[in-house]
Write a protein that binds this ligand. Structure first.
Ligand SMILES: NC(=O)C1=CN([C@@H]2O[C@H](COP(=O)(O)OP(=O)(O)OC[C@H]3O[C@@H](n4cnc5c(N)ncnc54)[C@H](OP(=O)(O)O)[C@@H]3O)[C@@H](O)[C@H]2O)C=CC1
Ligand SMILES: O=C(O)[C@@H]1CCC=N1
Length: 275
């Protein structure tokens, strides 16, 4: 099975590097195209994946076509490829935020295959796919068979964990897993900047903060305690942690995070509605 990527920016780079790096996908089974020759060629020279010179050539060469351009670029791209995609019976995967299956289907409707519906699978990955630590949600349209969805799950499983969720949950999912790496990087940077204020070199502080966040995430996943209960295990009576925790709450830490997640969901829904 050949998987092709149209658009080799931040996200496709992460996925393709993760796929090939994981050893789960031979470089020869991955095809890439980007309108910037230098970007697509870099993936070819770094990984040995097949590089093609047009989107049409990519559709011709790929069983699964992953559209990895910004949401604004999708209408023109898919409309231009709709006849060929229907004719070749390709499975289309979109990783775009704020772009529902129904809209993707509307761009793929074609007179070349009246009544036939293209299989479309929507995925929300995250950028940690680059190191095989991604988290991706997957959902298929009516035309996507269980086998199509399973194939796409396999692709994204090669770069991290996968979960199948209903499309109605995609906005919420996007906030807590698609966008949240940025929020978490910000948290790590905030920890390390505060340590710089305390006199520690930035590079060292960042590595220490990152390991503390990594270990905390592992603990949440592996412990049978809830995060709330784990907080109590760190807070010694009259100690340092509870002092810091109360100061964070004094500035509304929890509600600030919830506010950020809410704004992310709202923006995704606005994009879903065409905004
Ligand atoms: N970045 C992230 O963490 C995540 C992103 N996503 C989704 O992934 C998608 C891609 O995002 P991201 O990788 O960040 O975006 P980028 O802008 O980094 O990458 C998109 C690439 O596609 C190229 N491109 C645009 N239109 C075409 C076209 N018609 N044919 C060929 N190449 C084209 C762009 O070229 P040019 O530079 O010239 O525009 C660019 O190189 C988005 O839809 C986003 O919602 C989903 C989850 C996480
Ligand atoms: O910011 C965005 O719109 C994309 C979707 C999730 C992460 N990046």
């Amino acid at each position: 099975m050949t998987v092709g990527f149209i658009g080799t920016g931040n996200m496709a780079n992460a996925i393709v590097r993760g796929m090939v790096g994981s050893g789960g996908f031979p470089a020869g089974d991955v095809v890439v195209f980007d309108r910037n020759a230098s970007k697509r060629d870099l993936l070819g020279s770094d990984l040995g994946v097949r590089v093609v010179a047009s989107a049409e050539e990519l559709v011709e060469a790929s069983d699964v076509v992953v559209v990895s351009v910004k949401p604004q670029g999708i209408p023109a791209l898919l409309t231009g490829l709709a006849d060929q995609i229907a004719d070749r019976r390709r499975v289309v995967v979109s990783i775009a935020a704020g772009t529902p299956l129904e809209r993707l289907e509307s761009f793929l409707t074609t007179d070349a295959a009246p009544g036939a519906q293209t299989a479309v699978v929507r995925v929300m990955p995250n950028v940690n796919a680059m190191i095989g630590a991604g988290m991706s949600a997957v959902t298929g349209n009516e035309a996507a068979t269980a086998e199509d969805v399973a194939t796409v799950l396999d692709v994204f499983r090669a770069v991290g964990e996968v979960v199948e969720i209903p499309e109605s949950q995609f906005s919420t999912y996007t906030a807590i897993a698609g966008s949240s790496p940025a929020f978490t990087y910000l948290f790590i940077d905030a920890l390390s900047r505060a340590a710089v204020a305390g006199g520690m070199p930035k590079a060292q502080a960042t590595q220490i903060a990152a390991q503390a966040v990594l270990g905390s995430a592992k603990m949440v996943r592996e412990s049978d305690k809830s995060p709330w209960d784990l907080i109590d295990t760190v807070c010694s009576p009259g100690g340092t942690t509870v002092a810091g925790l109360l100061a964070l709450e004094d500035r509304g830490f929890l509600s600030t995070v919830a506010h950020g997640v809410g704004a992310t969901i709202a923006r995704d829904k606005e994009m879903n509605a065409g905004g």
